[in-house]
Design a protein around this ligand. Structure first.
Ligand code: FEO
Length: 390
C-alpha cells in the first residue's frame, strides 16, 4: 500500500510566551504526524495545553478503526511529550521507539510503570519496517536536547526534523517562513550550531521532498533547498546580509538620538542596510535574530551603575550564550561623569569567537557635541569601509 503522512498537530493561538520567555504574537504549533502504512506510526505527541484538540485530530486521522502500532519519539521536551502515557495506555500493543538517551531520560518525564517491555531503543541509521516503507532514524544530539533524533520516510520523501526547521506562528506555509524561523532557530537552537551542522551533513544524501518539523509549517518544493541553505548559514554563524544592526540601549533618549544620527551617516555612506533596534522597547529575541542576520553590529549603551545599561547587558549575554561569532562590532558609550559601558562591552565581546572591534570606540557625555559627533563620524566611515571591503 502507499505510505501516507497525516499531520495531526495543533495550532495554539492562545500562548503568549513560548518556553515562558519568547513572545508569540502569532502563536505556535505543536506538530505531530501519523505515518500510515501496513502498520501505523505516530511521530511525537503534543503540549499539555492542546490535549483535547490533539486527541480529536489523532482519532479522526486513524483509518478504519485501526490503532497506533509505534509511537516514535523524536524529542522528549514537554511541549511534545505530554501524551506518551495516554497513547501507551490506549493501545496496549503500541511500542515506544526512541534513542538510548531518550529512554534513559524517559522516567524523568513520564510515568513508565505500565510500559513493560514495550520500549524499543534505536541507534543512528537503524530502520523500522512499517509495511511498504521502512523508517530510518538519525540521531541529532543537542538539536536541541541530547536525546533528539530525526526520522526519514523514503516513500513520501519526508524528513521528520524534530525541532530543526521549526518556526513560531501557525502551520500555514503561505506566510513568510524565514523571519519567525530565524527567531525560533537563533534563540532556541542557536547555541548548537556545530550539532546542527553535523545533522545537515548526516542527512545531506537524502532526496528530501518534505521537511516535517515539530513547530510551524511543513516545507515542500523548492523551499526545501532554500530553508536548508538558511540553516547552513545560521548554524555556521554566517550572516545573510552585510548590513549593519545598530542596537541601542538609552536611558533618557540621548543615546538613541545619537543612534539615529549614526544610522543616517551610514546610509549616506552607501551601506546597503542599516537597521536600528531600540533594546528598551523590543523583545530581545527579535534583536538576537537580527544580529544573526546581519554581518555588522554597533552597540550603543548608556552607562548604568558603573557598567552596561541593563537591556544591553541582557542582549550581549544572549548573543554570547547563543554563540554568535564572526561579526564586526562598533562600540559607543554614553556617560556624563564616568562612562564605563564601552570597555565592559569590549570585554564581553573579547570572550566571544571571532568578534572584531571596529575603531574608534566612541564616548558621548550626554548629548552629541561637535567633538563626539566627529568621533561618531569617524566610526561611521570605518564601518562603511569595512562593509565595502567585506
Ligand atoms: Fe519544541 Fe525543544 O522543543
Amino acid at each position: 500500500m502507499d505510505t501516507l503522512v497525516k499531520p495531526v498537530g495543533v495550532y495554539d493561538d492562545t500562548i503568549q510566551l513560548f518556553e515562558n520567555q519568547y513572545l508569540t504574537p502569532q502563536g505556535i504549533t505543536y506538530n505531530s504526524y501519523l505515518v500510515v502504512d501496513e502498520k501505523i506510526a505516530l511521530v511525537d505527541t503534543t503540549d499539555h495545553r492542546t490535549v483535547e484538540q490533539w486527541r480529536h485530530n489523532l482519532i479522526d486521522a486513524i483509518p478504519d478503526g485501526r490503532g497506533v502500532d509505534f509511537l516514535i519519539i523524536e524529542h522528549l521536551e514537554p511541549d511534545h511529550s505530554s501524551q506518551i502515557e495516554w497513547v501507551m495506555d490506549k493501545w496496549a500493543d503500541c511500542r515506544l521507539v526512541m534513542t538510548v538517551a531518550a529512554a534513559k531520560m524517559l522516567p524523568e518525564i513520564v510515568d513508565t510503570s505500565s510500559f513493560g517491555d514495550r520500549v524499543t531503543t534505536v541507534k543512528d541509521g537503524d530502520t523500522l519496517c512499517i509495511g511498504s516503507s521502512a523508517l530510518t532514524f538519525f540521531t541529532a544530539p543537542m538539536v536541541h536536547w541530547p536525546e533528539v533524533m530525526v526520522v526519514w520516510e523514503p516513500q513520501t520523501g519526508t524528513l521528520f526534523a524534530a525541532d530543526a526547521f521549526g518556526r513560531f506562528g501557525d502551520g500555514c506555509a503561505s506566510t513568510k517562513w524565514a523571519d519567525e524561523a530565524r527567531r525560533y532557530y537563533t534563540n532556541i537552537v542557536g547555541k548548537y550550531g556545530s550539532q546542527v551542522q553535523a545533522l545537515l551533513r548526516k542527512v545531506a544524501h537524502l532526496p528530501v521532498k518534505t521537511i516535517a518539523p515539530l513547530h510551524g509549517p511543513m516545507i515542500t518544493g523548492k523551499e526545501v533547498g532554500e530553508c536548508i541553505a538558511l540553516y547552513d548559514k545560521w548554524s555556521s554563524y554566517q550572516p545573510e546580509s552585510s548590513g549593519v544592526l545598530i542596537a541601542c540601549a538609552s536611558i533618557h533618549g540621548m543615546t538613541l538620538e545619537a543612534a539615529r544620527e549614526l544610522q543616517s551617516m551610514l546610509a549616506e555612506r552607501g551601506v546597503c542596510e542599516v537597521k536600528l533596534t531600540d533594546l528598551t522597547h523590543t523583545d530581545l529575541s527579535n534583536a538576537v535574530a537580527e544580529a544573526f542576520r546581519l554581518g555588522n553590529l554597533v552597540l550603543m549603551s548608556s552607562t548604568y551603575d558603573a557598567g552596561i545599561f541593563t537591556p544591553m547587558l541582557d542582549f550581549l549575554s544572549r548573543l554570547k550564550s547563543k554563540g554568535l561569532s564572526n561579526r564586526r562590532v562598533g562600540l559607543v558609550e554614553n556617560g556624563l561623569w564616568a562612562p564605563a559601558a564601552a570597555r565592559q562591552m569590549r570585554q564581553m565581546l573579547e570572550s566571544m569567537h571571532g568578534m572584531e572591534i571596529v575603531e574608534p570606540m566612541v564616548t558621548i557625555r550626554g548629548r552629541l557635541t561637535s567633538d563626539s559627533r566627529t568621533h561618531l563620524t569617524s566610526l561611521a566611515a570605518a564601518l562603511a569601509e569595512a562593509v565595502a571591503d567585506k
